[in-house]
Write a protein that binds this ligand. Structure first.
Ligand SMILES: Nc1ncnc2c1ncn2[C@@H]1O[C@H](COP(=O)(O)OP(=O)(O)O)[C@@H](O)[C@H]1O
Ligand SMILES: [Mg+2]
Length: 197
């Protein structure tokens, strides 16, 4: 089973991914947890490039994310799924569709095309989109912790959030979750949805 968490920064992805992983491990299930960009040695180097550099051209940004994703799929996701483990990732394809496709204006379908080649058809079985208003997300994380992309500002994040919402309507695998509730309530909804209760 391949599960991804999506949403803007501060929406609670990392918290929910960690809670799901803990629940699965507690029941004796093998889980491989990863994050994007990163999750492999090459991907972590790409992550530094992506989040640290100034002035990255939009298609360079989209291509670097796709490169890190290609490596993650081949090195981590496919081997884990083949031996029957669960894979839980903090961001995956839909972040590229929302941030580069929507936020940077490259177009969702163009970015999807690039990523189709990169991931070779390996899609999450289930994607949980954590939805919180941009202002709440920003106040949760505090202005000091923003990386290059998140520092684009509230208007950019509104565009990204709107694109995530459209993706949830378009793709059946994406389930929109009200992320404004307590961590525990959200975790229960997600576990229920995965038939883990
Ligand atoms: N449901 C929630 N309600 C209130 N605060 C939350 C909730 N989920 C996470 N947080 C807090 O918000 C911040 C961002 O959460 P995090 O899981 O890191 O989000 P993301 O990975 O999407 O950026 C953290 O300080 C976390 O403790
Ligand atoms: Mg996070």
């Amino acid at each position: 089973m391949f599960v991804s968490f999506e949403g803007i920064d501060g929406s609670g992805k990392s918290s929910q991914a960690a809670m799901l992983v803990e629940r699965l491990r507690g029941s004796g299930t093998e889980v491989v947890a990863s994050r994007e960009p990163g999750g492999t040695a090459l991907g972590e180097r790409v992550r530094e490039l992506l989040l640290g550099a100034n002035d990255v051209a939009p298609w360079a940004e989209a291509s670097l994310f796709a490169a890190a994703r290609a490596q993650l799929v081949s090195e981590v996701v496919v081997p884990a799924l083949e031996r029957g483990a669960w894979v839980v990732v903090d961001r995956f394809l839909d972040s590229s569709l929302a941030y580069q496709g929507g936020g940077r204006g490259l177009g969702v379908d163009a970015v999807l095309e690039l990523n189709r080649a990169a991931i070779g058809g390996v899609l999450p079985d289930r994607t949980f989109l954590l939805q919180v208003p941009v202002e709440s997300a920003l106040s949760r994380i505090g202005a000091g912790r923003l990386d290059r992309i998140e520092a684009e500002g509230a208007e950019f994040l509104e565009t990204v959030a709107g694109e995530f919402e459209r993706l949830a309507v378009r793709f059946d695998r994406i389930q929109a979750i009200d992320g404004t509730r307590s961590e525990g309530e959200i975790a229960e909804e997600i576990a229920g949805s995965l038939c883990l209760l």
